[in-house]
Design a binder for this molecule. Structure first.
Ligand code: ADP
Length: 245
């Protein structure tokens, strides 16, 4: 039996009601085993962001259940959900969302400070080392390249040792060479530290770094590919996007 870091059981999410209701997710059941890297792909509007938000406890499903490491999110109060996200989940987005006035080191330490904990300098240096930024600890975002800024964002997401790291187009703002460096870092975290990663992307090259690619169409799982090449993933996407609405 696989040990899932996150499990979705029959998750549906509707927006609005009556005639104008939109079903963004329709009875999605998915497990994300610990220590694996999953990419989520699908045409625009297929429910990728909604899936990520429900899985990460940022949004509540209309029905169904989400468990994070065995903790059922349904029914948790907002406060408990906030604490769970803060302590057990990491996020990286397309926009790096760094605070411009803070150095790399201060940005990385921020989640611990916000949690009222005193960040240990050694731990901050450790995560900066993990993302290859030992030399940049004292630099502000404006003094760094896009790839370096995203690596700071990654270090900030990792400082709390999250059970699951979510990426929403984490390489969307990077050139292809820099993207590859960030993706190789993510891959290394899965292989060496057994980090669990779930990443939404529209880029088949990025998705090829994952162990598994899950495809969504109209809010439903429309199959998956295991250890697929960028070419295989691109071919599947072309097929999905050709389906008439
Ligand atoms: P994707 O990330 O694959 O582009 P989304 O999860 O953003 O898809 O959206 C899935 C569907 O839900 C789309 O039809 C979208 O228009 C709709 N949707 C998403 N967010 C909202 C919202 N806040 N209110 C109403 N409809 C929404």
């Amino acid at each position: 039996m696989t040990d899932d870091a996150i499990k979705l059981r029959s998750v549906s999410r509707q927006y609005g009601s009556g005639g104008g209701a939109v079903t963004a997710l329709d009875q999605v059941s998915l497990g994300f085993p610990k220590g694996t890297f999953t990419a989520v792909m699908g045409p625009s509007g297929s429910g990728k962001s909604t899936l990520l938000q429900c899985a990460a406890g940022l949004d509540r499903p209309t029905s169904g259940s989400v468990t994070v490491g065995g903790t059922e999110l349904t029914g948790l109060s907002e406060t408990k959900l906030t604490l769970l996200r803060r302590d057990r989940i990491g996020f990286v987005f397309q926009a790096f969302n760094l605070l411009p006035s803070l150095t790399a080191e201060q940005n990385v330490a921020l989640p611990l400070r916000l949690a009222g904990r005193r960040p240990s300098r050694a731990r901050v240096r450790e995560v900066l080392h993990q993302v290859g930024l030992d030399e940049r600890a004292g630099h502000r975002p404006s003094e760094m390249s896009g790839g370096q800024q995203q690596r700071v964002a990654l270090a900030r997401a990792l400082i709390t040792r999250p059970e699951v790291l979510f990426g929403d187009e984490p390489t969307g703002a990077l050139d292809s060479q820099t993207s590859r460096e960030v993706l190789a870092l993510l891959r290394g975290m899965v292989d060496q530290e057994e980090q669990t990663i779930i990443m939404v992307t529209h880029d088949p090259v990025a998705a090829a770094y994952a162990d598994r690619v899950v495809f969504l169409v109209d809010g439903r799982v429309n199959g998956e590919l295991i250890e697929a090449s960028a070419e295989e993933i691109a071919a599947r996407m072309t097929k999905l996007e050709a389906v008439p609405c």
